[in-house]
Write a protein of this length. Structure first.
Length: 87
């Protein structure tokens, strides 16, 4: 699973959007999101659910369709990388 799947930014605006998504991924768990590893599901604080396909590096949220990556998928990738490091 890649940590980031963004395409190369085409302009400053796109680079800023990507940086914002990455920063939001860093705070995801602190904002009340949880992760069910057995189902690959990120659950938001209001109960919204996003399925992460770790093999395909995708998420079921709308943001990934528009930006090429999302805070949910990035946060899960970082979580798995940290677990691997700790093992």
């Amino acid at each position: 699973m890649k940590e980031y799947c963004f395409p190369d930014p085409q302009d400053v605006h796109q680079a800023m959007v990507q940086a914002n998504i990455s920063a939001r991924a860093e705070k995801l768990w602190d904002e009340g999101y949880t992760y069910e590893e057995s189902t690959g599901t990120v659950i938001g604080p209001q109960g919204q659910r996003y399925h992460i396909d770790r093999e395909a590096d995708t998420c079921s949220c709308e943001a990934i369709k528009h930006h090429g990556d999302c805070k949910h998928r990035i946060a899960v990738a970082k979580l798995h990388r940290a677990k691997k490091k700790a093992a």
